[in-house]
Design a protein around this ligand. Structure first.
Ligand SMILES: Nc1ncnc2c1ncn2[C@@H]1O[C@H](COP(=O)(O)OP(=O)(O)OP(=O)(O)O)[C@@H](O)[C@H]1O
Length: 682
């Protein structure tokens, strides 16, 4: 287990939940396409008290030079001769493949030897070079085969699946093609990519072959369900998504290929390759993430075109992935009416060469003219819904006010001590995470185990204590969420926290960071002026991080000490006005138990930079599920604040008067008047 902890990043810092808390499945499996990877392992190090500093490319270069190791500068990796290749492997290989076959990630220092498949952290590499530890130079390679039950299942499914053209009933074959939009994809293309069909599950089966050996390593099943007029696709992978790292199409890439088109779906790769003959690869988890472990496999390409899909999310993902791949070699196909995803382009008979020719270079100069921005602005104007961000499933009132959760914003959240801030923010973040928002938690006050317990209870919407037999079922589903935790506890320096966040963005494509709470980065300054200056600095650092990384940061800040019977307002946030000025959104958990009895809370949106709508809505706490989502029958209503002295009650669907008492404080808050949005939230 320690290998996972050490190799990802300095121990204690980043820890996927599955590693820390529920390792029912044991060691994580291979992280890259190809044969089972081996982790370079030596004696486990004791936990470090001081986190190791992240390494920079300059330091890696200096180290290699100092130790006389030749290297080549690649796009996202440095390439060096591998110390992990045994004499026999050297003999078997040509010199071209064995020299410089060690790929060192320029951002993290992690290495992968393409010949022996040894991999490890930058510290592992240094230990090996310096001959430290238990015979480190020879390298003990830990072979990591897929779990036996997975291998068996993969084999069983694969053997039962048949090529589409071998289906006995022509009608069934036709229906399958229609369901998957494959009417124009030829048998030759399906054969070329070894795609099969599993009749009992009515699913396409995409294989994951190890490059070279063509050993079956895993599978992706794609099912199609009719939904109204459209079709809803359901993906299942073996192994589970966190360990499924198949760059679909990799065995078809040759050493001579210098260009590739990356797609987010296997079906798109089929369409693209058929129409253009170009090498193409599909990302294992679509637009959700680009794991750095895949980067060595993309090093050979001088040009990469990212054609990920037809919505704003795909466009944002393409821009983020290009940063990792090195924007200088990347071009992006911008979604648009005449540039849908490749499968649709094939079905509509569009000109692929034209679309690829007009792909935009990802490399941006520091200064741009409106001419370069006009298409982007048009994209935003014609996709208003998508620009508003991801909508909460559990908090429709929050959607009505904030419209959604957007990348690159800073949300400041406050509320009285013990009012349920952590509990609420946990559900608010979980809601987004279940919709595919890759989330990193920094819980400095309560332990990750306790936090995860709260979250799991909210996820299951009920007490798990009473249904322990269901624990594994829920835990398995929870484990598949893109959720990560920093392992910090207590006071931390802001530098270390930001470095960790930066690392997480690179490695896990994090787009939402929750920090609970800011007071844990303030050090031990005694004087109130020092504390305020420290807080301003920290808020500024988070603001910059959110903008630079296109990542949403939700920051919990304690309020100033105020009278218990007074409600909080924006100015009640601890420190100077900097926090509320820098924030895009300010949320306040109002605790009005004195008025309404225990358990009653209100959420107030007191700043909304996106469109200015502010207001307050009730939250009903459910003690068994630890959730705040409003029960459907609640009569309480959202109140929009129209102007400084007035609360505008939004009509509930029942048409009855709401139960929210007049909020004396909200009327004092500095608020702007906004029209009521006519659009209902989903
Ligand atoms: N509306 C509520 N009514 C009653 N109990 C609640 C409510 N909300 C949360 N709780 C419970 O109160 C306790 C404290 O909640 P939580 O830790 O979320 O508060 P907090 O505001 O984050 O605290 P702190 O100010 O210490 O950071 C938890 O046990 C939680 O289950």
């Amino acid at each position: 287990m320690w290998v996972l902890l050490r190799s990802g990043y300095p121990l204690r810092i980043l820890l996927p939940l599955r590693g820390e808390w529920m390792s029912r499945r044991g060691l994580p499996r291979s992280l890259v396409p190809g044969p089972p990877r081996r982790r370079y392992r030596k004696e486990a190090l004791p936990a470090l008290d001081v986190p190791v500093l992240p390494v920079t490319t300059t330091e890696i270069r200096q180290y290699l030079r100092a130790h006389g190791i030749p290297f080549q500068d690649g796009h996202s990796c440095l390439r060096a001769p591998s110390p992990f290749v045994g004499a026999s492997q050297l003999k078997d290989q040509t010199s071209a493949t064995t020299s410089f076959n060690l790929f060192i990630d320029k951002t993290t220092g992690r290495f992968l030897c393409m010949t022996s498949l040894a991999e490890g952290s930058w510290e592992d590499f240094q230990a090996s070079v310096e001959g430290r530890g238990d015979g480190a130079r020879e390298g003990v390679l830990l072979s990591e085969a897929p779990e036996a039950e997975d291998s068996e299942e993969v084999r069983r499914i694969w053997d039962r699946a048949i090529p589409l053209w071998e289906l006995p009933e022509p009608e069934e074959a036709h229906l399958a093609r229609v369901m998957f939009g494959l009417t124009k994809v030829t048998d030759d293309t399906l054969r070329h990519f070894s795609v099969r069909y599993l009749r009992p599950a009515r699913s396409l089966v995409f294989p994951w072959f190890s490059p070279g050996s063509l050993r079956l390593r895993g599978l992706k099943l794609l099912g199609a369900e009719g939904q109204g007029d459209g079709v809803h696709y359901v993906e299942t992978t073996i192994p589970r998504p966190g360990a499924y790292h198949n760059l679909f199409g990799l065995p078809l890439i040759t050493r001579r290929d210098v260009e590739v088109v990356l797609t987010s779906r296997e079906l798109d790769s089929l369409a693209l390759n058929q129409s253009t003959g170009l090498p193409t690869l599909a990302l294992p988890r679509g637009t959700a993430c680009l794991p750095p472990a895949l980067l060595p496999y993309l090093e050979q390409f001088r040009r990469i075109v990212l054609w990920l899909g037809d919505d704003l999310r795909s466009w944002e993902a393409a821009k983020l992935f290009a940063r990792k791949l090195n924007p200088k070699r990347c071009s992006l196909v911008r979604p648009g009416d005449h540039q849908p995803r490749p499968l649709e382009a094939l079905n509509r008979g569009l000109n692929f060469s034209r679309i690829l020719r007009t792909a935009l270079p990802a490399w941006h100069k520091s200064i741009v003219s409106f001419r370069q921005l006009r298409e982007e602005v048009l994209g935003e104007l014609s996709n208003v819904e998508q620009v508003a961000g991801i909508r909460w499933g559990r908090f429709p009132d929050l959607n009505r006010l904030l419209k959604g959760h957007r990348k690159g914003e800073l949300t400041v959240f406050t509320g009285p001590t013990g009012s349920g801030k952590t509990t609420f923010i946990s559900e608010y973040a979980l809601d987004l995470c279940t919709q595919g928002v890759n989330t990193l938690w920094g819980s400095f006050e309560i332990s990750n185990v306790r936090l995860a317990r709260v979250m799991l209870t909210q996820f299951a919407v009920g007490r798990l204590e009473d249904q322990l037999d269901k624990y594994d079922e829920w835990a398995d589903r929870f484990e598949d969420l893109p959720l990560y935790f920093m392992t910090f506890h207590g006071q931390q320096s802001i530098r270390t926290v930001i470095d960790t966040m930066q690392h997480a963005v690179y490695v896990y494509d994090i787009c939402h960071v929750v920090i609970d709470n800011l007071q844990f980065m303030m050090g031990h300054e005694q004087l109130s002026t020092d504390r305020i200056a420290a807080q301003d600095y920290i808020v500024g650092a988070f603001r910059k991080f959110a903008t630079d990384n296109s990542c949403h940061v939700t920051l919990v800040i304690h309020p100033r000490k105020e009278d218990d019977d007074k409600e909080l307002q924006t100015a009640s946030i601890f420190g100077s006005a900097k926090a509320s000025q820098e924030a895009d959104n300010v949320l306040i958990l109002q605790d009005r138990k004195l008025v309404t009895g225990p358990g009653k809370r209100y959420l107030q949106v007191s700043k909304n930079r996106f469109d200015g709508d502010i207001g307050v809505f009730p939250l009903e706490f459910n003690k068994s599920s630890l959730t705040f989502s409003i029960p459907p029958k609640s009569k309480a209503r959202l109140k929009k604040i129209k102007d400084d002295n007035e609360l505008v009650a939004k009509k509930p669907s029942s048409g009855k008067k709401g139960a929210v008492p007049q909020n004396s404080q909200t009327s004092q808050a500095p608020i702007s008047s906004q029209a009521d949005p006519s659009k209902p939230s989903r």
